[in-house]
Write a protein that binds this ligand. Structure first.
Ligand code: ZN
Ligand code: ZN
Length: 365
């Protein structure tokens, strides 16, 4: 065993010598250098390949999301949120809204109404809420929705019979107050949203806090994402104890939404055309648009969201057809735009404060 062992070590020594000789060989030196260069190039290619694959993945994900939004909009044409026009802040409608502010002095709006307690009442409406698919039939009925077999299920009528409050139109006598070629029946599921209810609630709760600090009485149409009142139920908060047989006692109705579908910035939906529910004053349209304009300017200035011109072609919105008092319908930011979304997620307190200041300015100017 010993001899064998020494024989092995003798061979090993020779091997090492051999390697040393080989190492001095210029050709091998070159091969070694080339190998190192090859390894570095391969490493760089690997890094590039990883980045490229990642960007392909991101593109695919973005396309998938866009497709989902498109499919959702095609399936539910009425669901499409009002789109902000690309026009800058000095659009015609914005100018009109400013010009209209002069009418207020001679107007006969209900903006000066106060509650029996002497404080002005503001109805704050956080748009949307609990998904319709998560609500039981009893819940839907309690929230003011109607089941209509021939119309395909749960929903509500867009407006009341001319000159009434609370008498649903049932699809007749709806000239000018329903979307052209559209229906007066609004299917409940069209109002379902995934992210928007929380965004709207954040802004609304902040606005409530600041309005109360200013001395207003605030009524919320919903206080959690477990509720989703019908539009009829939401506007009932304009009346004392939700009793629509009495005179409305709210000074104004403010509903807060966030937009989607491509775009950025903050806007309000303009009222235009015919509204025939009872209680509204002759300057209902002008006063509502003035309120929307004042609040939107405040929100843009405070949040850094781009101030867009008013959204048109949405005159048939249920709330416009059912509110008994001037209504400001805000579309604050685009929640499907990442930079708007980060403002919405971080600045809702400032947005709520701006809404409160806008309400106060509107009511006092
Ligand atoms: Zn109708
Ligand atoms: Zn909305």
């Amino acid at each position: 065993m010993k001899e064998r062992s020494s024989f092995t070590s003798y061979l090993s020594l020779n091997e090492v010598k051999g390697w040393l000789i080989i190492m001095n060989d210029n050709k091998l030196n070159l091969i070694l250098k080339l190998s190192v260069i090859y390894l570095i190039v391969a490493l760089i290619l690997c890094v590039f390949a990883i980045f490229y694959t990642q960007s392909l993945k991101n593109d695919a994900e973005q396309k998938r999301l866009q497709n989902e939004i498109q499919v959702a909009q095609m399936q539910m044409p009425e669901l499409k949120e009002p789109q902000a026009t690309a026009a800058p802040q000095n659009g015609n409608a914005a100018e009109e809204a400013i010009a209209l502010s002069g009418d207020k002095i001679t107007g006969n709006s209900s903006a000066a109404l106060t509650s029996p307690g002497g404080r002005k009442v503001i109805v704050l409406d956080a748009g949307h809420g609990k998904s319709s698919s998560a609500m039981s039939a009893d819940e839907k009925r309690a929230e003011g929705y109607e089941y209509n077999e021939s119309r395909g299920g749960w929903g509500e009528w867009r407006h009341y019979k001319n000159g009434t409050f609370g008498e649903e139109c049932h699809g007749s006598g709806c000239t000018e107050t329903a979307p052209s070629g559209g229906s007066c029946w609004y299917p409940m599921g069209n109002g379902d949203r995934s992210n928007e209810p929380q965004i709207n609630l954040n802004n609304t709760l902040a606005a409530k806090k600041y309005l109360e600090q200013m001395g207003y009485e605030v009524r919320l149409t919903r206080t959690s994402n477990e509720q989703n009142p019908s539009m009829s139920k939401r506007v009932s908060y304009c009346f004392p104890n939700n009793d629509a047989t009495q005179q409305p006692d709210a000074a104004m109705y403010v509903c807060l939404h966030s937009n989607a579908g491509g775009g950025r910035g903050t806007s309000y939906v303009a009222l235009e055309g015919a509204y025939r529910q009872s209680y509204i004053a002759s300057d209902y349209v002008a006063e509502s648009n003035r309120a929307g304009d004042v609040i939107n300017r405040k929100v843009a200035a405070a949040s850094g969201l781009r101030q867009n011109s008013p959204i048109g072609n949405e005159s048939y919105l249920i709330l416009f057809n059912k509110s008994p008092v001037p209504i400001a319908y805000l579309e604050i930011g685009f929640f499907d735009n990442s930079s708007d979304l980060s403002i919405l997620n971080s600045s809702y307190d400032a947005i709520g404060k701006a809404v409160a200041e806008g309400v106060d300015e509107y009511l006092n100017s």
